[in-house]
Ligand binder design. Structure first.
Ligand SMILES: [Zn+2]
Length: 166
């Protein structure tokens, strides 16, 4: 069970939009807290691919009849206050500062998100540490364990493990 405050911040929902042979449309909604993505080309494309993944053995029935489900589509029903994306693999420079997910939404909802922070791993004195860079108004502040925080200009070369959008 996940605590309510976490849910309020990070939970988002996805519509499985099913259309049967008789053209009935039904929706099955599921929720997510964070996702793991392979990010190769662009983050928006990777999200689209993740949404469009083949469900293979998963089966849904039409809510109105017994006809076969003919088409299956997944869209974002509602975005969370904070979108957490764990990057399984990422090439650098694949995370945009701003992104528009409106084409992935179920219905026309504004879906412009801004990068709020990233977390990545770095070796310092042979030790692996987690470094975070967070947006503070127009500035980017870097936090390295055991060091003073500092403002950074360019961090597009790092390979993030976690991306936070709002
Ligand atoms: Zn039907």
């Amino acid at each position: 069970m996940i605590s309510k405050p976490l849910q309020d911040q990070f939970e988002w929902s996805i519509s499985n939009i099913l259309t049967c042979d008789d053209a009935h449309v039904s929706r099955v909604v599921e929720s997510e807290l964070s996702i793991k993505l392979d990010i190769d080309e662009s983050l928006v494309k990777s999200l689209a691919m993740w949404l469009g993944k083949d469900y293979g053995t998963e089966e849904f029935d039409c809510s109105k009849c017994i006809a076969r489900i003919d088409s299956f589509e997944r869209k974002i029903r509602e975005l969370p206050k904070m979108l957490l994306i764990f990057a399984k693999t990422t090439d650098h420079d694949q995370f945009p500062l701003e992104m528009d997910l409106s084409e992935l939404m179920d219905g026309s909802k504004p879906a412009k998100l801004s990068l709020m922070g990233i977390v990545y791993r770095k070796s310092i004195d042979k030790e692996k540490v987690y470094v975070s860079i967070v947006r503070k108004q127009d500035k980017w502040i870097k936090f390295v364990p055991g060091a003073k925080m500092e403002e950074v200009e360019d961090f597009k070369q790092v390979k993030p493990l976690l991306l936070i959008y709002k």
